[in-house]
Design a binder for this molecule. Structure first.
Ligand code: FAD
Length: 397
């Protein structure tokens, strides 16, 4: 097995390095002005390095699919500390979905402004009694004249207060079987009837929200996919969300910071890195990381041949969440009581940021479908085990 990049790809890497050294000259810890970041993103997009899957007429970089080039861009941009695509559910989930399932006017109306950061989206899926069993959701959408009128409640809606739009799964066909009764609607959040209430988290943050919708209106044409076809559209979105969560880059960066921590923290007068128990755990984690790396390579190979990655995406998301949790546990053992400090406003976080990592690692085993549900699906569809009696639909949110 030859895991080297081809000469063509190595030449491409040099091209990227040259582009970055000319156009991104900030130090890694620098805080460039938002205008500088925006201008850089625009240039990188025009060169075809960012938003490669988005056609130029919607503001993208429009390049033929090449997962290896995409990988090289990600590696080199990360190494240079340069801004990559705007993160968030708008760019990472909605845009690919509109390209796959949306109508032409919807792409023209929403894609460019989303990747430029003007339209910020939140995801309205989960409801108080519908998480893993998402298809049971009850928020109603009724077509009245040329508008959908929406009533119900969403929960765990990340960053809803920063968003100006929501993509939501809504029950529009109450008589149909549960999966066939859902439609995928786009909703402007800036209107009467929307009540967004922050949920305070155990780590003090308030990224989550409850969103109450009372007689909220959206044009009849703001539906993605056919009426009653929202479940299929939402599956396409989750595929993108799992890709987002399962990225190997994140695991690499996390492990590098854990190693840095083990070098800095002292144990019995020497860096913790020299302690045999710590080394043992780090070696075990390095093993996990390598397994993830090769699993990602298999995914890349399949995708570069135009084949579906199948359940591998799900496996990679699962192993990335597990890895994040194991790294966080190890880091807490290293920083010990320091993890209990709370960050002063405006001050850069010190070792206490590992507590956030720990809390975040628990969250990522829930977001985008819980690890339990992922295991069920892998067991049933990957290993051919009998269906879980408690979840006869075999689907997770
Ligand atoms: C960080 C984060 C961000 C999120 N952002 C959003 C967002 O922006 N928009 C949005 O709509 N939602 C969001 N969510 C919600 C998320 O999608 C749900 O929390 C998730 O789908 C689980 O649903 P639930 O919380 O209702 O748990 P439940 O479905 O009630 O599950 C509770 C527990 O029971 C287990 N369980 C349930 N059914 C089974 C089964 N059949 N077999 C085995 N175990 C089972 C689960 O694994 C879990 O451990 C977010 C969640 C997190 C943590």
């Amino acid at each position: 097995m030859d895991l080297h990049f081809s000469p063509e790809h190595e030449t491409f890497r040099q091209e990227i390095q040259a582009f970055l050294s000319t156009n991104w000259q900030f130090e890694k810890d620098a805080k460039p002005a938002p205008e500088a970041i925006k201008a850089f993103r625009q240039l990188a997009t025009e060169q075809g390095y960012l938003y490669r899957g988005v056609p130029k007429n919607y503001g993208g970089g429009e390049q033929p699919a090449d997962v290896l080039k995409a990988q090289i861009i990600a590696q080199e941009f990360r190494r240079a500390g340069a801004p990559t695509e705007v993160l968030g559910v708008g760019t990472q989930m909605l845009v690919p979905t509109l390209l796959e399932c949306g109508e032409e006017w919807q792409r023209e109306r929403f894609v460019r402004k989303t990747i430029e950061g003007e339209y910020r989206w939140c995801q309205g899926y989960s409801e108080p009694n519908s998480g893993s069993d998402l298809a049971s959701l009850r928020t109603r959408g009724e077509l009245v004249g040329d508008e959908w009128v929406i009533n119900g409640q969403k929960v765990w809606t990340s960053y809803a207060r920063d968003a100006n739009y929501m993509f939501a799964l809504v029950r529009t066909e109450p008589e149909a079987p549960k999966h066939a009764g859902l439609s995928y609607l786009l909703i402007d959040l800036n209107q009467p009837g929307i009540d967004i209430r922050p949920l305070k988290q155990i780590n003090g943050g308030t990224e989550f929200n409850e969103v109450f919708l009372e007689n909220v209106r959206t044009p009849a044409s703001w539906i993605v996919g056919p009426r009653g076809g929202g479940w299929k559209v939402s599956r396409s979105l989750l595929k993108h969300e799992r890709n987002m969560i399962g990225s190997l880059d994140r695991s690499d960066a996390l492990f590098a910071s854990l190693l840095g921590l083990a070098r800095r923290v002292q144990r019995d007068g020497a860096p913790a890195l020299q302690d045999s128990a710590v080394r043992d755990r780090l070696a075990m984690l390095a093993g996990h990381l390598e397994v993830q790396r090769y699993s990602n390579y298999i995914q890349l190979t399949r995708e570069s041949r135009g084949q579906s990655a199948g359940l591998l995406q799900m496996l990679n998301k699962l192993s990335q969440s597990n890895f994040g949790h194991l790294v966080a546990q190890t880091s807490l053992d290293l920083v010990q009581n320091d993890a209990l400090l709370t960050g002063a406003p405006g001050r850069k976080l010190g070792n206490e940021r590992w507590m956030n990592q720990y809390m975040g690692s628990l969250a990522s085993s829930i977001a985008g479908g819980t690890s339990n549900i992922q295991r069920n699906i892998i067991a049933e569809r990957g290993l051919g085990l009998p269906r879980d009696a408690a979840n006869p639909t075999g689907e997770a949110s």
